[in-house]
Design a protein around this ligand. Structure first.
Ligand code: BDR
Ligand code: CA
Length: 311
């Protein structure tokens, strides 16, 4: 199994990404889940991550709380999308499993130093603050990371927090810059592509038809989460941004992309957090990321539904 650390700010779509990973133990060994401030403040993301682990029947999963604000800016949150708790929709019990005492950044550093070089994949699903803080504090771990597969950025059509930027990168562009310049092999799931992973009515019905607490909760989460995208983009359902990361690890053939240069805008306020992606290769800047442009959405939902059925 691939060994992964999920860095996350749940978030209904983060929750589904975590469920997909925990439903796939043959392929993915989750070493720990690190929470970061993003969609909602840290206290809630650390709570929500534990709610999701308990929903998946994994109260043994180590969950760590990390950074409570971006490297150099005040926190921007997204209750307008995810609701007051970040996980609005289903009614789920407060978690009883413990939050680890260790700080998420210390866990990242310690784990990467301990595990064989190149054997750990990082899966960031929120602002990149925890990862960048770990890289800045312990540069020796950078070369030990095997791969980073992250959800973030936008290029072809839309931003969702400003016209130019996607939320995760916008919230902490300085952290994103550290990660995009780190030299670690990077695969990026940008917004325009994740907008094709849409929970249409029949796909939502398929979750509900699982007849399990997990199927029910996922259907209710996506019901809640879709109203934002319906209003803003007229889309026919909720986009499952973050589960694209987990699905990529399980079946990379569902995705196509290009290995290109991607730079992060940190200076301009107008375009703060923009992922300037050289899709057409018009510069000779070094290629630092595989930018995913398309996915097989039917294949993605078939995989997701089949895996959720296992929980
Ligand atoms: C990203 O921002 C968050 O709102 C979602 O959880 C996802 O990670 C989409 O822009
Ligand atoms: Ca997220």
């Amino acid at each position: 199994a691939q060994r992964i650390i999920i860095d996350t700010d749940p978030g209904q779509d983060d929750a589904v990404a975590i469920l997909l990973a925990l439903a796939s133990p043959d392929e993915l060994e989750v070493l720990g889940i690190t929470a970061v401030a993003g969609n909602v403040p840290l206290e809630l993301t650390a709570r929500n991550a534990r709610i999701v682990c308990e929903l998946a029947g994994r109260p043994d999963m180590p969950v760590f709380a990390g950074c409570d604000r971006p490297l150099r800016r005040p926190l921007v949150t997204a209750e307008h999308v995810h609701g007051k708790t970040g996980l609005d929709g289903p009614v789920l019990p407060e978690p009883t499993m413990p939050l680890q005492e260790q700080h998420a950044v210390d866990f990242l550093i310690e784990t990467l130093r301990r595990e064989p070089e190149g054997s750990v994949t990082l899966c960031p699903l929120g602002p990149l603050t925890n990862i960048a803080t770990a890289f800045e504090r312990a540069p020796d771990i950078i070369g030990r990371v095997g791969h980073i597969v992250l959800m973030g950025g936008a290029y072809f059509e839309v931003g969702n927090i400003t016209p130019a930027a996607e939320f995760n990168i916008y919230v902490d562009p300085e952290a994103a810059e550290v990660v995009f310049r780190s030299g670690v092999p990077l695969t990026v799931m940008p917004l325009d592509m994740t907008h094709k992973a849409l929970v249409t009515k029949p796909r939502n019905d398929a979750f509900r038809a699982l007849g399990t607490p997990v199927g029910q909760a996922v259907a209710q989460m996506t019901d809640f989460f879709e109203r934002f995208d319906r209003e803003k983009y007229g889309s026919e359902g909720a986009p499952l941004h973050d589960p694209c990361v987990t699905a990529f690890l399980l079946d990379p053939d569902l995705f196509t992309g290009r290995h290109i240069n991607v730079e992060i805008e940190t200076v301009s306020e107008l375009t703060r957090g923009m992922t300037v992606a050289d899709w057409w290769g018009v510069t000779d800047r070094p290629r630092n990321a595989t930018f995913i442009g398309d996915l097989d959405s039917d294949g993605f939902f078939a995989l997701l539904t089949e895996r959720l059925a296992r929980l």
